[in-house]
Design a protein around this ligand. Sequence first.
Ligand code: CUA
Length: 317
Amino acid sequence: MSSTGGLLGGALDPQGPMARSAAALWWLMAALGGLVFVLVVALLVAGLRRGRAGPARVEPGGPETGSSRRWLVGGGVLLPSVVLVVVLGATVAAMRDVPVQAPDGALVVEVTGHQYWWEIRYPAEGAVVANELHLPVGRPVALRLRSADVIHSFWVPALGGKMDALPDGVNTLVLQADEAGEHTSECAEFCGVQHTNMSLLVVAEEPDAFRAWVAAQAAPAAPVNSTGAAGADVFARACSRCHAVRPATEAEPAERGPDLTHFASRRTIGAIAENEPEALRRWISDPHAMKTGVLMPAVELDPHELDAVVTYLEGLR
Ligand code: CUA
């Protein structure tokens, strides 16, 4: 199990075939750029030393013109041409490693960017999640990216390329994870005040674990027991305009907030706070205090109602 912290670290620690070819291209470009830099600095130092030895003794058009021209043609035309052709060839080869359409047997996942959270749908499996993307290892995953509002950008550096999620049209990004692990992802296109906190947890897991997870997420919410009953009523009154709990709320909510059917199984609240009752209490009472500019309004509930709805939500395993 590997875990990848920083985004740049993720890009240079590839965990799948698409990410690996992007990282190989990065290292090639870094090596060539480094080489050219060292060469230029060495020539600069040589030139400075030579200049210090005394004024140039040769007039324009004199015997050194041939040598100057060789330097100009070699350093100004040939060398950059060779470097650019090599980089172009490597780029085209790397692009061929990244499928633009869902390969056979790919898992299709619909990913929708919202200000400021990610909606994740597994259409064939019937699961809906927020801010958590689970993937089976060793199988290509075709992400169908779109946006519900402004332009967002999807990027899991450890697994592959970056792609925009647009309001008008679907972009497909194919990824694959080689081994189980967790990866960080942040929205990569400025989309408003909470752009920085538009995080996504990506969990690559063994196929069996993934199957179990997605089946649990697709299942309807557990029937409300006596502890949750009062909270379910509060939820229906105060929250169901924006949040679904399948199948209690049959119709799609009017305003689309995260589906909460298995809320308690999720790691975070609002993609920023650890999912535990005290944080949930604060989040419902005043989400803006935790995530300024979030589109969820503060929900006015008396303390009993708040307790009840927190109990209900934390019971949605
Ligand atoms: Cu979404 Cu930045």
